[in-house]
Design a protein around this ligand. Structure first.
Ligand code: PEP
Ligand code: MG
Length: 400
């Protein structure tokens, strides 16, 4: 794969924040990738940018792009990204860190070009390597229906403390599941009397966690859809306590674990992400041991797509499912390692968007190609729909 031209740009994400986009030209054509950005980021994620900010990252990236222009990269599989990584490593050792969002975007755009070089779709390129080219099973969507926490502005001075209230259909096809989620999402709007949406397109409300769960349960029942939540507990945790604002309550570690258990039972919650703060492997373990059979206890800020943390979480029986966000670790080789580990240990994988998203749809190809059980990329909003549509298109192509 010959690198004819590489152009880095700064674009705006769905939250109007600056992010990195890279356009790569090879003899096969032009390829574009960009990075999303989180708001409730885990402490153990790699930094997104240089410590001096995105401007400095861009300057460095520009210099790096010059160095790789005119070079040849043999890229027949994901692990061949090692050559690019070694060039990045040497460059960063001399000039400073570009950041996880930059290194992820470089990997992603290289993989897109490499797939085209082999006359493959991106998901196929990955599936060939990770799944021996066997026909992939489609993931199910995890859709954010009602929002709270850092992703949602206040409504009449309030919002739920939990970050996401989720709908998770189980259908024979991805497209049926997406349609179901959309209808359920509109039904929820009526029950909530909601008008406005938060960062990921989820409805904004002043209701408490429990009031929202009551509504979500009704929605789930009417449409035959499982329900879940991303508590994002680290976002309201401080020095040993969980600080609930909507009801003015403080819970310690034990109370929080009890509360999670109670909510899971009372509302029949199928999916529970980050119910405890990001260092509390023991608290996650309690939640998992109390969970009913088949329910998912999901790590996100706990695991941050970081193999060492995933190993610890799995060895300690803290999770049975995890979020995979490529820019949390900034390397597709590392993502592959995490995927292989999850497969070996039967940990369910949820490939996930970030709250600040771009129009890149690579996440959909990653989810299908790596064999994810779920893809979490919202229900509404063009940056979310483009990913759902991409999975639908892949599914259609496979059923022809
Ligand atoms: C999440 O916590 O799952 C999430 C998508 O949030 P963010 O992108 O803000 O980290
Ligand atoms: Mg999360």
């Amino acid at each position: 794969m010959f690198i004819k031209r590489v152009v880095p740009r700064i674009i705006r994400n769905s939250r109007n924040e600056k992010t990195i986009q890279i356009e790569l030209t090879t003899y096969e054509g032009k390829f574009i990738a960009s990075a999303p950005s989180g708001k409730s980021t885990g402490k153990h994620e790699v930094p997104s940018y240089n410590s001096k900010g995105i401007g400095r990252s861009r300057v460095l990236l520009k210099a790096f792009c010059k160095r790789i222009t005119g070079k040849n990269y043999l890229l027949k599989k994901i692990d061949d990204l090692k050559k690019l990584r070694s060039a990045i490593g040497k460059f960063e050792a001399r000039f400073g860190r570009m950041g996880g969002n930059v290194t992820y975007t470089l990997d992603a755009v290289f993989l897109k070009a490499a797939a085209a070089d082999k006359n493959k779709e991106l998901w196929e390129f990955i599936n060939d390597e990770v799944n021996n080219g066997l026909k992939p099973k489609m993931p199910m969507p995890v859709g954010n229906c009602i929002g709270g926490g850092l992703h949602s502005k206040l409504t009449r001075g309030k919002r739920p403390d939990f970050q996401e209230f989720l709908l998770i259909p189980k259908e024979a096809s991805f497209s049926k599941a997406v349609t179901k989620n959309f209808h359920a999402y509109l039904y929820a709007k009526g029950l909530l009397k909601a008008q406005k949406r938060g960062d990921e397109g989820a409805w904004r409300t002043d209701k408490t966690n429990e009031e929202v769960l009551d509504i979500l349960k009704k929605v789930g029942k009417k449409y035959g859809v499982r329900i879940g939540m991303d508590i994002a507990a680290s976002t309201f945790y401080d020095k040993g306590y969980y600080l609930y604002k909507n009801k003015n309550l403080i819970r310690d570690k034990v109370d929080q674990a009890d509360y999670m258990e109670r909510l899971a039972k009372k509302f029949g919650v199928f999916y529970m992400e980050d119910g405890m703060q990001e260092e509390d492997f023991g608290g996650f373990r309690e939640t998992l041991s109390a969970a009913r059979k088949g329910a998912l206890v999901v790590g996100d800020d706990l695991t941050t797509t970081n193999l060492a943390r995933v190993r610890r979480a799995v060895a300690g029986k803290s999770i049975n499912a995890m979020i995979i966000k490529p820019n949390q670790i900034g390397s597709m080789i590392e993502v592959k390692k995490v995927v292989e580990f999850c497969k070996r240990h039967k940990i369910k994988m949820i490939f996930s968007h970030r709250s600040g998203e771009t129009m890149d749809n690579a996440l959909a190809d990653f989810a299908v190609g790596f064999g994810a059980h779920f893809i979490k990329c919202g229900i509404y909003g063009r940056e979310r729909l483009i990913k759902l549509k991409r999975v639908m298109d892949i599914e259609k192509g496979l059923n022809k």
